[in-house]
Ligand binder design. Structure first.
Ligand code: SF4
Length: 389
């Protein structure tokens, strides 16, 4: 492997493993007065944070790299794992580096966590980001425009300076570039997954949760340039789309297991908050209005977002077609209401089009992959056999 490529992957991997947020601490220490604002999955308007010169930091749980000592005591047993590890991260002081936290309205768990945060950490800035579920521009659009103004004003207070429209426009431009680079990453992976294995793509993408956006864009672009020059050969594997992982992230070992079981992952819904808009947000004109409109008209399709009847599952069947996938693997966190309640609608959409699928659940700290490897391997073999019949 090209040594520079190995270095990029190693840097991204160490950011992935950095449950102490040392990288964020280093960024803050590099200049006086720097601040960092954390956010839970999936979408928050990071542009408003960066426009104030502060670093948006994705808090994506502790994965399989954190021992839960106190976090379990705050929750009943039958909910997902990410709130436990997030509370553990906070109670152990690892999130002290953050100057505030945003909790988007993705599900009851995260909503309740925002309330717990205000009780556990009085005096720290917390905001529940109430995303619109009505997509009429005069109703949900107007509501979200006002929320965006309130968030911008909060960010200005935290930053200790005004955030002008020019600051916001510049931030939108920077995030457009970042999302464009990520779209290129996904396209390249779909075209030649053997050159862009999931172990690399995932950590390079995930670095965007903690790096300044311009630095992340440069990392993705350089990775793409160097990875395309590698000499790995195509292998005969099934092409699959993964669905259900937009919030609590699976352990990296699980994703690698799927590839080892004979699958190429050609599309997924991992880390959706980093690539929420399907196109560029307009860079001229009223930036708040542009962000509000983009949310209404250019958001990705996912379980936590309202969609009119008949639209559920369309993204998945389109993704299968677009990426020439052989099948779908539903891979969702245990007890994740949004992912698991949406799944029957997605299954119905696949069955209408006779697209094969399989499903299993995980927890971010799942450590045993043997059963998943068998299941994914059998699925991969069978869809290759069907496609030859
Ligand atoms: S994994 Fe699912 S249920 Fe748990 S916090 Fe995330 S969206 Fe909510």
């Amino acid at each position: 492997m090209n040594p520079e490529l190995a270095e990029i992957i190693s840097r991204a991997q160490s950011l992935y493993e950095d449950v102490d947020y040392k990288g964020v601490g280093a960024w803050k220490s590099a200049a006086p007065g720097r601040k960092a604002i954390g956010y839970m999955p999936t979408y928050v308007p990071r542009e408003t944070i960066w426009a104030g010169g502060m670093l948006p930091v994705g808090v994506l749980g502790g994965g399989d790299r954190l021992e839960i000592i106190r976090g379990d005591a705050y929750f009943q047993s039958y909910i997902c794992h990410i709130p436990r590890s997030t509370v553990e991260l906070a109670l152990s002081g690892r999130l002290d580096v953050l100057d505030g936290m945003l909790f988007p309205s993705i599900c009851d768990v995260i909503r309740n966590l925002s309330g717990m945060w205000t009780m556990l950490f009085p005096g720290r800035y917390v905001r529940y980001v109430d995303l619109p579920q009505n997509y009429d521009p005069r109703v949900g659009g107007e509501f979200w425009r006002r929320e965006l103004i309130a968030i911008r004003d909060d960010m200005a207070r935290l930053a200790g300076r005004q955030i002008s429209d020019d600051d916001l426009r510049s931030s939108i431009r920077i995030y457009n570039q970042n999302r464009r680079a990520i779209r290129e990453l996904y396209l390249a992976r779909s075209e030649s997954p053997w050159l862009h294995p999931i172990a690399q793509v995932y950590v390079v993408l995930r670095a965007g949760a903690v790096l300044p956006p311009e630095e992340h864009t440069a990392m993705v672009r350089r990775y793409l340039e160097l990875a395309s020059q590698e000499s790995s050969r195509p292998e005969d594997r099934s092409r699959v789309v993964l669905a259900g992982m937009f919030c609590e992230q699976p352990p990296l070992g699980l994703l690698i297991t799927l590839e080892r079981a004979g699958c190429w992952i050609v599309d997924d819904d991992l880390l959706l908050g980093l690539r929420w808009f399907t196109g560029d947000v307009p860079e001229e004109g009223d930036p708040i209005e542009n962000l509000a409109q983009a949310y209404l008209t250019q958001s990705v399709s996912t379980a936590s977002r309202y969609e009119p009847d008949g639209h559920r599952g369309r993204w998945l069947t389109e993704s299968v077609r677009h990426h020439r996938a052989d099948g779908v693997i539903f891979c969702a966190p245990s007890f994740c209401d949004p992912a698991l309640l949406e799944q029957p609608m997605l299954v119905a959409a696949l069955e209408r089009e006779r697209i094969p699928y399989t499903q299993f659940k995980y927890s971010e700290d799942t450590g045993q992959f043997a059963v998943i490897r068998e299941q994914a391997g059998t699925f991969s073999d069978s869809i290759r056999l069907w496609s030859e019949v």
